[in-house]
Design a protein around this ligand. Structure first.
Ligand code: HEM
Length: 309
């Protein structure tokens, strides 16, 4: 029986997201094996040192890296390079990434130390192309001021929607990971009245309560992102902000049993349902990245570290 990585945990108060790209003309396998051993070590250590709050690190691998590292074939069924989604007004760009790390902890110090340890192992064979420091904003709100994560699956549903099962037995307890770094036009969003802001999301701002269907606009975020009760994903979004550069954003991150579910949500948001009825949230949010990874089971990562894969 395989064990999953900590993909079903609730997000910590502090997070660091890292994307790494292997350098050309290096042989990355040995460093990759060492980083697999390190990830195992960091998770064991996090559990021992911070048993209540947890400190975890989830590693995921991109399609091209999977091939370059000589990992098993056939690949996880839906692991591919994310293709851009082009709507009439807004597009979801596709960007490259070989390894993704999702580091979570109750404080920034442990997150920084885990990042430093990973960097020490990878820096000779790879470049870090993205580093985003996310933080919990008030009562779990996005930087736009609305609570983010409310309709996520809870309890047993997290397993059902977050982890691969028998349908791809070789990769059981793995998970597809999709990330996008969004920058918000906060000035434009804040210039809306609260009522107009609520119509962007389809939820009331203070109470975090969903609008009734007869009031909720068809182009609101939740009207388009909800693709049915049997198609859900685990979202672990985190806000980030930098006043000096005026970069205020959301690191969108989702774990899913099937990537096609995420794709369906993205199509609804960017192309629209029906086409043209796109997600109003995109008028205030622009993705700068978009990459699909695969987070294998913890058992798979141990096997790589031991040289068995
Ligand atoms: C600009 C980045 C985004 C922000 C700030 C954002 C924020 C939010 C907020 C505030 C909610 C309502 C509360 C909740 O249930 O979590 C929500 C719901 C949701 N979002 Fe997003 N979101 C973003 C991007 C995305 C993307 C890219 C997807 C899918 C690929 C997505 C999928 C969903 C889903 C499935 C729901 C729940 C809908 C429901 O069943 O009511 N979101 N989001």
């Amino acid at each position: 029986m395989t064990a999953s990585q900590n993909v079903l945990d609730y997000q910590g108060n502090n997070t660091i997201f890292l994307v790494w790209l292997f350098k050309p003309q290096v042989e990355p396998k040995e460093a990759f094996m060492r980083v697999c051993a390190l990830v195992e070590n960091l998770n064991n250590s996090g559990q021992t040192r911070f048993p209540d709050s947890g400190a975890t690190c989830v590693m995921a691998i991109g399609h091209d890296a999977w091939l370059r590292l000589g990992l098993p074939k056939p690949l996880p069924k839906e692991l591919e390079n994310f293709q851009p989604i082009v709507g009439a007004k807004h597009s979801a760009v596709a960007t490259t990434g070989d390894l993704h790390f999702h580091i979570k902890g109750s404080g920034p110090a442990i997150c920084l130390d885990m990042t430093a340890a990973i960097t020490e192992v990878l820096s000779t064979v790879a470049d870090c192309t993205e580093e985003v420091h996310g933080f919990r904003y008030w009562d779990g709100r996005s930087i736009l001021g609305f609570v983010d994560g409310t309709e996520n699956p809870h309890g047993k549903e997290r397993v059902e929607f977050g982890l691969i099962g028998e349908e791809d037995a070789a990769y059981e307890n793995g998970s597809y990971l999709f990330v996008q770094k969004y920058i918000h036009n906060l000035t434009a969003f804040k210039s809306l009245t609260v009522e107009e802001q609520e119509r962007v999301f389809g939820r009331y701002k203070m109470s975090d309560i969903e609008m009734p269907d007869n009031i909720k606009p068809a182009n609101s975020h939740i009207a388009l992102a909800n693709v049915g009760d049997d198609l859900k994903i685990i979202r672990d979004n985190m806000p980030f902000g930098n006043m000096a550069t005026n970069e205020m954003g959301t690191y969108f991150i989702a774990y899913a049993r099937t990537f096609s579910t995420v794709k369906k949500m993205l199509d609804n948001m960017f192309v629209g349902l029906p086409p043209g009825n796109y997600d109003r949230l995109l008028d205030f949010s622009t993705p700068q990245t978009g990459t699909l990874f695969f987070a294998p089971s913890a058992t798979f990562i141990s096997a790589v570290a031991a040289g068995d894969i």
